[in-house]
Design a protein around this ligand. Structure first.
Ligand SMILES: NC(=O)c1ccc[n+]([C@@H]2O[C@H](COP(=O)([O-])OP(=O)(O)OC[C@H]3O[C@@H](n4cnc5c(N)ncnc54)[C@H](O)[C@@H]3O)[C@@H](O)[C@H]2O)c1
Ligand SMILES: O=C(O)C(=O)C[C@@H](O)[C@H](O)[C@H](O)COP(=O)(O)O
Ligand SMILES: [Zn+2]
Length: 349
């Protein structure tokens, strides 16, 4: 088992990465001195695969409850949030009780936001079961639900007490879901870890060390800038366009795919400004083709509609749209961008 620490003083926590950790969950939680009730929040698919195993392990020491949410981005919603909060109230959960998110990033974001606001905050544990969740969404404390007007517009920064990333759960992931995780992993490569890009180009293999490498990078950034006052924005590379693509496609384009496409758009703007060599875009597109990531949305895009949606991005400041661009591979920078730059970037995806 590999341990990565997120250093946030009294709110510091560990990311435990390894195989067969679900059966060690009770032991790992006991080190946190959590007691009382635990609510496992998951969805039917994940519950069927891993829920009973986790519940039976936790039942050794805890009173375990379960609440299942719908499967898909449209369930990262006010309605599912209310369902969870009502469950907690009806079952008399208290401040020292715990929510455990068993699933991908959608379960983690929604459950984390419920933990952040119920009784003004109860204990929260992330148990990520997708590659994307293990390398990204379970770490850093960004919790959220979507509004019909845009992605992640409602939420809170709320850190988990522990992350348990059991790599065995990745074995049941579909090829598309594995590719979605690679979308965020390539992001880490472009903003900070060029060696990841070289490794994936040579031999695209997913293993605990690669997951740990991504978690170490995110932990370092979050420890330095938890509430995204500056540095942490680099983790949003590809997301200004990416989130708008998810919204305009009504989530037909998944998050990992949208981020990969958004990254191509950000590379195009970086190249057009003379920050990056022209060949960077073709090199990245070639890597995408090797990894099975999309290089195009596969649909006609309403550029003005996308630009309009981008105006609700959380990096907008003084009404100026801002994107993370690259001055070089591994050298991200947050910049205001202009309409014509965005439209030209959208034209290549
Ligand atoms: N909070 C953050 O920092 C952060 C970071 C990145 C992404 N996100 C959010 O995460 C979401 C995307 O997360 P995701 O890519 O994990 O998608 P997801 O949560 O929708 O999971 C993908 C699919 O895989 C299924 N699944 C989950 N685990 C499985 C397993 N072990 N075996 C088989 N199937 C499994 C799920 O039921 C779902 O159908 C988006 O909403 C995005 O905004 C948040
Ligand atoms: O943790 C961060 O910071 C990130 O930006 C990670 C992203 O991969 C993730 O999709 C995040 O939820 C997007 O942040 P948002 O502030 O644009 O909602
Ligand atoms: Zn993301």
């Amino acid at each position: 088992m590999t341990t990565v620490q997120v250093k946030l003083a009294p709110r510091s926590y560990a990311i435990q990465i390894g195989t067969d950790l679900l059966d060690k969950s009770c032991q790992l939680l006991s080190e946190l001195d959590l007691h009382g009730k635990i609510l496992i929040i998951s969805n039917k698919k994940v519950w069927h695969l891993y829920g009973r195993q986790l519940r039976d392990n936790l039942a050794k020491h805890y009173s375990v409850f379960t609440c299942l949410i719908g499967d898909g981005e449209r369930y990262k919603s006010y309605g599912e949030l209310q369902k969870i909060l009502r469950f907690l109230i009806k079952n008399k959960f208290e401040r020292l009780d715990t929510i455990a998110a068993l699933g991908g990033g959608i379960v983690g974001d929604l459950a984390g936001f419920a933990a952040a606001i119920f009784l003004r905050g109860i204990n929260f544990v992330q148990i990520p079961t997708t590659l994307l969740a293990q390398v990204d969404s379970s770490v850093g404390g960004k919790t959220a639900i979507n509004d019909p007007l845009g992605k992640n517009l409602i939420g809170a920064f709320y850190q988990p007490k522990l992350v348990i990333a059991d790599t065995r759960t990745l074995r049941t992931l579909s090829a598309r879901e594995l590719r979605c995780g690679l979308g965020e992993i390539v992001k880490y490569g472009l903003i900070a870890e060029p060696k990841i890009l070289a490794a994936l180009a040579q031999k695209p293999s997913i293993n605990a060390e690669l997951i740990a490498q991504c978690c170490r990078r995110k932990a370092k950034i979050v420890s330095a800038d938890e509430r995204e006052n500056g540095l942490r924005a680099i983790l949003n590379f590809g997301h200004t366009i990416g989130h708008a693509l998810e919204t305009v496609s009504r989530y037909r384009i998944s998050h990992g795919e949208a981020i990969a496409l958004g990254a191509l758009g950000a590379l195009h703007i970086s190249i057009s400004r003379g920050y990056l060599p022209v060949q960077t875009l073709a090199q990245t597109q070639k890597l995408y083709l090797k990894l099975g990531l999309p290089t195009h949305t596969g649909q006609r895009l309403n550029h003005d509609q996308i630009y309009q949606i981008m105006q609700s991005d959380k990096k907008v400041a003084d009404s100026r749209l801002r994107m993370v661009l690259l001055r070089a591979i591994g050298k991200p920078v947050l910049c205001p961008v202009e309409y014509d730059e965005v439209v030209k970037a959208l034209a290549i995806i």
